[in-house]
Design a protein around this ligand. Structure first.
Ligand code: ADP
Length: 581
């Protein structure tokens, strides 16, 4: 379904965001770093002490000297343990805070996404980003980032300590650098794309799965089971290939790392032995140097191995930040509408670039007027309805209320002017009261909520629920049947109180037994408002003030029922066929 996916942030904005996040917590960051440095320094005492011990034994030392060294070793071990504990604690606190902010930013950005973008990108992509990417990033921030920092600090300090034994130690270490750098560069050049591709394949799997589940009735009705399984199999094959590729990267990379670690240790021992035989260094120095170089392996290995983890984290972060890069399709201007008149001027719109489905629509809706929109299926009625309700911004031209473009109004205000009513009536998880109150931008009192329910004739059943308005409804809660859910949607409209409503097939799928009841609820909501009804049954057009006939993305005819019948155009033809005359 979705060939366009949401954007992915580039390296530059990724770095800017990371720096910005770090800057928000300078104290925690520095405390963590200082503690890690101190812990690493405490850990560096051991090789020194052991080197000294070797020398002491060589020169014939006493057991009391050995005891003192052992005691000192123990003391440094305890010190290192305590420091490490606090260092980790502070890092974790920092990690959790950063993660919480990341999640908040992501939620904000997701909610700000234009509806059109979510529709064309498919919900699978957004779903993978909210689940898998947030999880991956959580792992990176909680674990990988602190560990990596510790490893870096330890590696640098250990190397400094090794050099403090003598500059000659640098030489064997140098030989380990080329394989390390070559292997790392080879890997990093490929890893990010590899992991991004891997994540994209997960998105595709979720997309296909959600699509199959959401459309399960269609799948069953048309016997599409096989096709869906084949589609999912193809997605899994892609995912398998992507995972194999990153696995291949790791199987080349990790062995090349191991080689670069062994070289310095062996060379330090050989070179140190040679220098000792020349009498230029002591046995204690060689011991200390070899121990330090060996100690270097562990942190360097962690630096490199966690880079892998961080890469995956960076790929996830790029996908999370990418959501913020979707250009906003609204631009709040702060202008206040003068009046309630809705108007469209030369409106053009396309779902797919280069294929307009509306070709210059003009419509001035009178305040309090009832307009019925009719026309063949696919003509663009629903699309025009969505544009008139401000769901999509027009590609060119404008839709205005009181002279101000709908895209200039803050979303909360827009709902107070014009709202779209469709067959979709979602019941959110939460109490019935919350389900209604969310429609009122400034919050609703208990009286408001009850009045809204009463207006749509729903107060009786609402009060009869196990816990009245506090009853938990929505997925997992008390189940409302379709007609009740529709009434909840209507009551929300009463609370949002828009002066103009766009009805799209508002009541056509209702259980016929409940239909009459609902017609009354709907009529109560329509009372005193401007209404544009997308009429799929002609008789409602008969009652409208004006009828707009939409054909091929333009309003082909516009006028009262009687005028249009007299004009003898397509509406008249429709009307005749409807009446069977
Ligand atoms: P109507 O309500 O008159 O049946 P629509 O407004 O639903 O017509 O559709 C107008 C045209 O826009 C049709 O060609 C339809 O295929 C296309 N269209 C509708 N929705 C979408 C969408 N989400 N993405 C792409 N094309 C769409």
């Amino acid at each position: 379904m979705s060939d366009t996916t949401l954007p992915v942030a580039d390296g530059g904005s990724l770095r800017r965001y990371a720096v910005d996040l770090a800057r928000r917590h300078p104290r925690l960051l520095w405390t963590a770093l200082v503690l890690h440095v101190l812990a690493a320094v405490a850990g560096l005492a051991a090789p020194r002490l052991l080197g000294g011990l070797v020398e002491a034994v060589e020169t014939g030392s006493t057991t009391s000297h050995v005891d003192r060294v052992v005691l000192a070793l123990f003391g440094f071990l305890v010190l290192q343990t305590v420091l490490t504990r606090y260092a980790r604690y502070v890092s974790q606190v920092l990690g959790e805070q950063v993660l919480a902010e990341l999640r908040e930013d992501f939620v904000q950005n997701s909610l700000a996404l234009p509806v059109g973008v979510v529709e064309s990108a498919g919900s699978g992509d957004l779903l993978t980003r909210t689940s898998r990417d947030v999880e991956q990033l959580g792992w990176s921030v909680r674990w990988a980032l602190p560990e990596w920092t510790i490893a870096c600090v330890t590696a640098v300090l250990t190397f400094a300590a090794a050099l403090s034994v003598g500059w000659w130690v640098a030489l064997p270490c140098l030989f380990g650098v080329p394989p390390l750098v070559v292997g790392l560069r080879w890997y990093l050049a490929r890893a990010k794309d590899g992991y991004l591709r891997e994540s994209a394949t997960y998105s595709q799997i979720s997309a296909t799965l959600t699509e199959t589940v959401e459309g399960s009735r269609t799948v069953e009705a048309l016997g599409l089971g096989r096709e869906r399984v084949t589609a999912i199999d193809a997605d899994i094959d892609d995912s398998y290939a992507a995972e194999r590729y990153t696995l291949h990267l790791r199987t080349v990379f990790f062995p090349s790392m191991d080689i670069s670690y062994i070289i310095p240790t062996v060379l330090t021992l050989l070179y140190g032995g040679y220098l000792y035989s020349q009498g230029s260094v002591s046995l204690g120095d060689v011991t200390t140097a070899v121990l330090y170089v060996q100690m270097l392996i562990d942190p360097v290995d962690r630096v490199v191995a966690i880079l892998d983890e961080l890469q995956m984290g960076a790929a996830s972060l790029a996908r999370l930040l990418g959501v913020a890069q979707v250009p906003d399709d609204r631009e709040v201007s702060g202008r206040e509408p003068a009046g309630e008149q809705l108007a469209a001027h030369d409106v053009r719109f396309s779902y797919v670039e280069g294929r307009d489905v509306l070709h210059g629509v003009d419509l001035d809706v009178g305040v309090g007027e009832r307009i019925a929109m009719v026309g063949p299926s696919g003509a663009g009625k629903s699309t025009l309805g969505r544009l008139l309700a401000g769901i999509h911004p027009p590609r060119t031209g404008e839709v205005t209320v009181g002279g101000v473009g709908l895209v200039e109004l803050p979303l909360g205000d827009l709902r107070g002017h014009v709202a779209l009513v469709t067959q979709e009536h979602h019941v959110f998880v939460g109490s019935l009261r919350e389900n209604l109150a969310l429609a009122a931008p400034e919050g609703a009192t208990e009286d408001d909520v009850r009045a809204a329910l009463a207006a749509v004739d729903a107060l009786d059943w609402a009060d009869a629920l196990p816990e009245g308005l506090s009853t938990e409804v929505g997925s997992g809660g008390h189940t409302l049947h379709a007609a009740q859910a529709q009434q909840v949607a209507l009551a929300r409209l009463v609370l949002a109180d828009p002066h103009t409503l766009v009805l799209d097939e508002a009541t056509s799928l209702i259980d016929p037994r409940a239909a009459r009841h609902l017609e009354r609820s709907l009529a109560a909501v329509l009372e005193g408002r401007t209404v544009i009804a997308i009429a799929h049954r002609l008789f409602s057009a008969h009652d409208a003030d004006r009828v707009a006939v939409v054909e091929d993305g333009v309003i082909a005819e516009l006028g009262s029922h009687d005028d249009l019948v007299a004009a003898d155009g397509s509406y008249a033809a429709l009307w005749r066929s409807w009446n069977g005359s």
